[in-house]
Design a protein around this ligand. Structure first.
Ligand SMILES: Cc1cc2nc3c(=O)[nH]c(=O)nc-3n(C[C@H](O)[C@H](O)[C@H](O)COP(=O)(O)OP(=O)(O)OC[C@H]3O[C@@H](n4cnc5c(N)ncnc54)[C@H](O)[C@@H]3O)c2cc1C
Length: 470
């Protein structure tokens, strides 16, 4: 393989990928269509423009998964994180940035790097055949011509243009004294046991109060360009269903049929909310049919009224917006290459991660992986115990794909969160031998997950450094 790495899209992922590859000594060409052609959300010609919030979220690397991802990226020499640190604004424990100065820093550092060329042009179809090492990082608003070409290459159903996502709950926060495990009519289904769902029961009074809360809750508004995109069949937001009639949900995602509550054997539930396992580890559970456009604070308030979810911790809240992303677990290999055409590697939100930091993180991995090949080396992915590795595994294999597809569901984008990490028993005693109780136990578990991640990341980085020097 010879010639430069061609990176299509100079957003969060493409900028980080370019930096990582160039720092590994490989020439890069970044093809960015702005300002010649703008997206619906970008406003400037800068690389790595933040299209909405100016926050890279929590910077707490001791107890927060995105803060941990920040620290891992810093240790891996991330351009996005160093520009974030250089342009930081006061925001408590969050890493908020001056958006213009942040993007200007990144643009300047990429344009000044001797191995990087920035070409201002749209790649309006599949890249030419002589581009043998390509990273596609064109983001949620990929230009239509390229999206159509990728759709043709991957198949009609493998590229999504809309997200309708239901909330995901951490398993440990679901109350097992109120809920029970059962599949409808105890049917096992492909790969199932007959007890695959977690069920939350509701009495009539609880259901009526829930419908009132839903109808009274505040929803987010569509952006102009989103408003024209119709809802897909089968993914109406629950609050829209509730507006169509108070009983609609009881005949839809909350129907109580085929389920009996062992905690109250003589009283059938009036309605049931079901949760389905969402990752292979069993740490994350998806609220079935609960896609919603309620504001995030309202989702937490309303969904915690559901019996069994009073103390629910949400790994992801529901949402509905335009987004271009691949069915990555099916299409990409463990190095983010398209199985059908391995010269094409994908990065950023297109791969099914969600968020500025996550997109840049996948760019970091794609850049390093792409740079390993021209130098004749093999690339080893980061361990799944690290935030970088956990995110990569979610995208390329951690999702329960076969089971999900059998149930008519698809791969959906995800923020980094501790539910993606291989579980770790919370320490029972602190360093002084004192017993750790209650809420402190959860924090101790998060601290242990972060410590394990950073130790494993350091090992991975040292091994990569040694391999590059050989
Ligand atoms: C409206 C909106 C608001 C969002 N708000 C937030 C938020 O507040 N916080 C958060 O964490 N995440 C947010 N996201 C999600 C997401 O994390 C960001 O969109 C993030 O920028 C994705 O990074 P990326 O590198 O994958 O794509 P982008 O940063 O969008 O970069 C893609 C780049 O590719 C270019 N491009 C597209 N097609 C072509 C082509 N054919 N040829 C050449 N160049 C092309 C684009 O111009 C763009 O510069 C938001 C997404 C959207 C759509």
């Amino acid at each position: 393989m010879s010639g430069p790495i061609h990176i299509i899209g100079g957003g969060l992922a493409g900028s980080e990928a370019a930096w990582q590859a160039a720092c590994a000594g490989v020439p890069v060409v970044v093809h960015e269509m702005r300002p010649l052609r703008m997206t619906e959300a970008h406003r400037t010609a800068s690389l790595a423009e933040l299209v909405c919030s100016n926050s890279l979220r929590s910077d707490d690397a001791g107890t927060n998964a995105v803060g941990l991802l920040h620290e891992e990226m810093r240790r891996a020499g991330s351009l996005i994180l160093s520009a974030g640190d250089a342009n930081r604004l006061p925001a408590g424990t969050a890493l908020a940035v001056d958006r213009e100065a942040f993007a200007a820093t990144i643009t300047r550092r990429l344009e000044q790097h001797p191995l990087i060329t920035v070409a201002r042009e749209e790649v309006a179809g599949l890249p030419p055949a002589d581009w043998t090492n390509v990273i596609v990082a064109t983001g949620p608003l990929t230009s239509p011509a390229l999206a159509a070409a990728i759709q043709q290459l991957t198949g009609e159903t493998e590229l999504a243009f809309f997200d309708a996502i239901a909330p995901i709950v951490h398993h440990h926060s679901i109350d097992a004294d109120i809920t029970w495990r059962q599949s409808r009519y105890d049917k096992a289904g492909p790969g199932g046991t007959g007890a695959d769902y977690i069920n939350c029961p509701m009495t009539r009074a609880e259901y009526e109060a829930f419908i009132d809360a839903l109808l009274g809750a505040d929803t987010t508004s569509f952006k102009d360009w989103e408003a024209a995109t119709p809802y897909f069949d089968g993914c109406l937001p629950i609050e829209v269903m509730a507006q169509r009639g108070r009983e609609t949900l009881r005949y839809g995602p909350m129907k109580p049929v085929g389920l009996s509550n062992p905690h109250t054997p003589h009283a059938r539930p009036y309605a049931v909310v079901q949760l389905r396992q969402d990752n292979a580890l069993g740490t994350l559970w998806n609220m079935v049919g609960f896609q919603t456009k309620l504001k995030h604070g309202e989702q937490v308030r309303v969904f915690r009224t559901i019996p069994g979810l009073e103390r629910a911790e949400f790994a992801r809240l529901g949402g509905l917006h335009r987004n271009t992303f691949l069915n990555s677990p099916r299409l990409l290999d463990a190095e983010l290459r398209l199985r059908a055409e391995p010269r094409l590697r994908f990065a950023g939100q297109m791969t099914g991660c969600e968020g500025y930091v996550e997109s840049a993180a996948i760019g970091l991995l794609a850049g390093r992986a792409a740079a390993a090949r021209p130098k004749g080396g093999r690339w080893t992915p980061p361990p799944p115990t690290t935030a970088l590795g956990a995110l990569l595994v979610h995208i390329t294999g951690g999702h329960l794909l076969a089971e999900a597809e059998a149930a008519g569901r698809s791969f959906q984008p995800m923020n980094v969160n501790f539910g993606l990490f291989p579980p770790l028993e919370a320490p029972s005693h602190d360093a002084g031998g004192r017993r750790i109780k209650g809420r402190e136990r959860g924090m101790a578990r998060k601290r242990a997950l972060c410590a394990r991640a950073l130790a494993d990341l350091d090992g991975w980085l040292s091994a990569a450094h040694r391999a590059a020097a050989e």
